[in-house]
Structures are given as structure tokens and as C-alpha cells.
Design a protein around this ligand. Structure first.
Ligand code: CNA
Length: 280
């Protein structure tokens, strides 16, 4: 449904108007919501893009269905496909994109209220977004523990196991549970930080949604928490969620990187953005 009323906060539904809002100081609690699409340019496939998506490529792992790689019951039966994937996605193998650098720049300028990410690649931290401004809604590879007794497992040993594609088991005597990185599998509860932090989305004065299909709940409900007429900007290949239905929504369809560069141009930050990205 397209809005039939003019925008109330923005002068028009354009990135230039969004840039004016930021430059005038009327948007200084920016909430960013991201997904796999901000990392595809780094070489990490997303889930759902046809042909290049992770689900498409998981066929070679002999899974009953692609989502099984993130299914806790399947993991108990056979953790090896997950460890094949973990080796591919493990932090350190990839460099942040200019989209990650843009979020870090917002933080450096004191304009980032919070980044909610569904990604598990830790590229936000690598780009320099301060950890206290990141809510990793689906967890990350940063820590790991036994799936049965929850005993933590050391980082350096984990890295070695992942390198070898060899699922570790619990270091505690008497427990032979499997060890899994603290990333959220299907059916698992999201980290407390997500539930505790989601009210922050309601305090945003500008929302940026980037590189997500907004199909995984409860994350998919976050953009709706921003009250009207808070502007919501979508930088994505396709239209997603209810973005575009409100009078102050701005859609910039295309790659996230092209979108943030356009926004940086409109803000007069382009040189600063490119040099920040080069320094990452
Ligand atoms: P998704 O469902 O695969 O959707 C990705 C979205 O991004 C789609 O709408 C694409 O059209 C769009 N897209 C892809 N590339 C670009 C690009 N370069 N520029 C603009 N848009 C692009 O991924 P979601 O994140 O929405 O799904 C949630 C899952 C995916 C989360 O649980 C993640 O943990 C999981 N995931 C994470 C990673 C990662 O950490 N990098 C990789 C793959 C999957």
C-alpha cells in the first residue's frame, strides 16, 4: 500500500531529504537494522538470494533441507555440516564493506543510537562500531559453549577445531555434549540483549534498514517499533517488510554500498567515508 499523504518529517521521500535531517541535527538517535545483504560484497553469501545464497549452496552438504544446518536437533545428530559452514564464515576470513564503515562513521559522529544486526560474521566490530552500540540479535562466533551443560569453551581451541572442521565436545568431566558457537539456531531464544534493547528502536529519530529480507522473526518486527512520523530508510536490493508504506519511508533499491555512498555524498561525508573504509 503506497502512502497517499505527504511526509511529515522529511521535505520529500529522498536521500537528500534524509541527509538534510541529519545535517540539521534533527536526527541524532539513528537506529540501524542490518542483515546478510551488507556482507555479501565482502564475499559472504546471504541466505536467500537465488543461486548465490547460502541455502542454494548448502545442497552439497547433504542436508535434509538447507535450514537444517541451523537446527539444534539436526546439529545433535550431525554437527559436521554446521562446522563446514562455520569454517567458511569464521571471523578473520573477511573484510568489512563500505556499508559497515558507514555505520562505524555514524558511531564516530555520535549519531548511532544502536545497531541491531542479524549477522554472525562480526564485521561490524571489525569496522570499528563500538561493541556497546551493537546488538547481535542472532548471536555471533565470538563465544561458544556446550549445548547440554552450557560450559564455556576457550576461543583459541575453538578456532583450531573450526579450522580442522572438527566439532569439539564439552571440556567438563562427565559431559560429552557438543560445543556450538553462541549463534542462535532456529527455535532458540534470542539473546536477552535483544529483548532488553528492542525498546531503543521505539526511541529512534531515524531508522536505517539495510541488507535484510525481514523474514526472520522477531527481528523482522523491529522497523515497525519506530513510531510515525519517524523516517525509515531502506537500502536493499528489494522491497521488504512494510517499508515504503509510511509517508516518511524512503526506498533506495540497489546495493547497500551504492546506497550508503549516495547518502554519504548527500551528507558531504563521502571522502571521510572512503578513507575510514580504507583504514579498516
Ligand atoms: P537474507 O534473508 O538472506 O536476505 C538478504 C537480503 O539482502 C535480501 O533482501 C537481498 O535481496 C538483500 N541483499 C543481498 N545482497 C545485497 C546487497 N549487496 N545490497 C543490498 N541488498 C542485498 O538475510 P537476512 O539477514 O535478512 O536473514 C536473516 C538471517 C541470515 C540471519 O539469521 C543471519 O544470521 C543469517 N545470515 C547471516 C550472514 C552473515 O553473518 N553475514 C550470512 C548469511 C546468513
Amino acid at each position: 500500500v503506497l502512502p497517499d499523504t505527504p511526509p511529515r518529517t522529511l521535505s520529500d521521500r529522498s536521500l537528500a531529504a534524509v541527509a538534510d535531517l541529519i545535517r540539521s541535527g534533527r536526527a541524532k538517535r539513528i537506529v540501524v537494522m542490518t542483515g546478510a545483504g551488507i556482507s555479501t560484497a565482502a564475499g559472504i553469501p546471504d541466505f536467500r538470494s537465488p543461486k548465490t545464497g547460502l541455502y542454494h549452496n548448502l545442497a552439497r552438504l547433504n542436508l535434509p533441507h538447507p535450514e537444517a544446518v541451523f537446527d539444534i536437533d539436526f546439529f545433535r545428530e550431525d554437527p559436521r555440516p554446521f562446522y563446514v559452514l562455520a569454517k567458511e564464515l569464521y571471523p578473520g576470513n573477511f573484510q568489512p564493506t563500505v556499508s559497515h564503515a558507514f555505520i562505524a562513521l555514524l558511531a564516530r559522529k555520535g549519531l548511532l543510537r544502536m545497531l541491531f544486526t542479524q549477522n554472525i560474521d562480526c564485521l561490524e566490530r571489525a569496522a570499528g562500531v563500538p561493541p556497546e552500540l551493537i546488538i547481535e540479535a542472532h548471536g555471533s562466533f565470538a563465544t561458544q559453549r556446550c549445548i547440554e551443560c552450557k560450559t564455556p569453551f576457550p576461543d583459541d581451541a575453538m578456532r583450531a577445531h573450526v579450522e580442522r572442521g572438527d566439532p569439539p565436545s564439552c571440556p567438563r568431566e562427565g559431559c560429552d555434549g557438543l560445543v556450538k558457537p553462541d549463534i542462535v539456531f532456529f527455535g532458540e531464544r534470542l539473546p536477552d540483549a535483544f529483548y532488553e534493547g528492542s525498546s531503543i528502536a521505539a526511541q529512534a529519530d531515524l531508522v536505517l534498514v539495510m541488507g535484510t529480507s525481514l523474514t526472520v522473526h522477531p527481528f523482522a518486527g523491529l522497523p515497525r517499533l519506530a513510531p510515525e512520523p519517524v523516517p525509515r530508510v531502506l537500502l536493499n536490493r528489494e522491497c521488504v517488510g512494510d517499508l515504503g508504506t509510511r509517508a516518511d519511508d524512503v526506498l533506495r533499491l540497489g546495493t547497500c554500498d551504492a546506497g550508503v555512498r549516495d547518502l554519504a555524498d548527500a551528507l558531504g561525508w563521502r571522502g571521510e567515508l572512503e578513507s575510514a573504509w580504507e583504514e579498516v
